[in-house]
Design a binder for this molecule. Structure first.
Ligand code: NAD
Ligand code: DAU
Length: 332
């Protein structure tokens, strides 16, 4: 595998993956990205020009997708509408990009006989009780809660159907919550870090008991690369780094690390249908492909992320005011 088409490569996880691949392999990468509000070309600065090409376009554009897929060895599909809160305000773009966009890509991959890797989320499995000893596995039944997660579940089903019905050479991965550089300020961790920088009190939805299973974006990238290179066709791999923490603990940690009183945050209106807990059992990936996370210490990874946002204000500042204005309208 020498050439990759990475969709959504100007977004948070896609851009981290592009940096990771160009640093750790000899492969060349073409990014296809629509540059929605979530895409940022500044996240792709400094990449080696001879191995990197950027194409602005929509994954729903069948002609463009067909010509790009024809020219590469494999497709890694990150592009999506990714934010739950937005999906509750306006679901339509989620159906278009996550469902029709995925369909458009797998049709092209089928036609040209190309290897395909589909990036998905643990949210397709719904949520767990706080005291449930079980975690999500590859066998857990799908039970998505939000417009976002239901469209991701739909896209997973399309990829699985194309494997079975058409022999598409695809793998899938469902990962837990990522943190790290280049994440949009609408998301939980960057929102609170940049709020503290701006002297705004962090905002916790509801009581803050909801648990997310945090993984550093670089660990997500190394797992995807392992699956792309050594994963079994047709298989799904769950990606997680045993990083369960509730939101209240994360906000308090951010405040302490940034020199503030740990209780200097506000409780705001809860997210409708808010999933209580996600937790990933990733032993299939670890035993079959020998993958292990490098960022085993969440506190150290979070401190590094806080440092990154402090040092890259020019990257996030243009989005901050509009993002907070939108949240304010929603009472959040
Ligand atoms: P993001 O919102 O930061 O980035 C999405 C990117 O896709 C943006 O660059 C955007 O411009 C692009 N895009 C959107 N619609 C497009 C279209 N129609 N055509 C082309 N490009 C389009 O998202 P993210 O957090 O980086 O998530 C990337 C993928 O990883 C998604 O598929 C998401 O479901 C999955 N995922 C995310 C997480 C997480 O914690 N963020 C965890 C597991 C899985
Ligand atoms: O689990 C993987 C998923 O993680 C991905 O599929 C999604 O694309 C990604 O956005 C993320 O979804 P979440 O909804 O878990 O992430 P978010 O950053 O929006 O919120 C994390 C938790 O923090 C969630 O319980 C809601 C809460 N929250 C969020 C914001 C923005 C707050 O308490 N306050 C906030 O201001």
């Amino acid at each position: 595998m020498k050439t990759l088409l990475v969709t959504g490569g100007a977004g948070f996880i896609g851009s981290n993956f592009v940096h990771y691949v160009l640093e750790h392999t000899e492969m060349s990468v073409t990014v296809l990205d629509k540059l929605t509000y979530a895409g940022n070309l500044a996240s792709l600065e400094g990449l080696p020009a001879e191995r990197f090409t950027f194409v602005r376009g929509d994954i729903c554009d069948a002609g463009l997708v067909d010509s790009l897929v024809a020219g590469v060895d494999a497709v890694v599909h990150y592009a999506a509408e990714s934010h739950n809160d937005n999906s509750l305000q306006d679901p339509r773009p989620f159906l278009e990009t996550n469902i029709i966009g995925t369909y458009t890509l797998i049709e092209a991959a089928r036609k040209h006989g190309k290897r395909f890797h589909h990036i998905s989320t643990d949210e397709v499995y719904g949520d767990l009780e706080l005291d449930d000893p079980q975690r999500f596995t590859e066998e857990t039944a799908y039970a998505p809660s939000s417009p976002y997660s239901s469209t991701k579940a739909g896209s997973d089903m399309l990829v699985r159907a194309w494997v079975r019905s058409f022999g598409l050479a695809a793998t899938l991965s469902n990962c837990s919550n990522n943190y790290g550089p280049y994440q949009h300020v609408e998301k939980f961790i960057p929102r609170q870090i940049t709020n503290v920088i701006d002297g705004i009190r962090p905002k916790l939805y509801g009581a803050g008991e909801n648990v997310r299973d945090w993984i550093h974006a670089d660990d997500h990238s190394s797992a995807v690369l392992a699956i792309l290179e050594r994963g079994r066709i047709g298989e799904t791999y769950l990606i997680g780094a045993d990083g369960e923490k509730n939101n209240k603990d994360v906000v308090e940690l951010i405040l302490s690390m940034m020199g503030q009183a740990p209780d200097a945050y506000d409780h705001v209106i809860d997210r409708p249908g808010h999933d209580l807990r996600y937790a990933i059992e990733s032993s299939k990936l670890r035993t079959e492909l020998g993958w292990e996370p490098e960022f085993a210490n969440f506190d150290a990874g979070l401190a590094e992320t806080i440092k990154w946002y402090r040092e890259h204000e020019g990257w996030w500042r243009p989005q901050k005011a509009a993002t907070e204005a939108k949240y304010k309208e929603q009472g959040q």
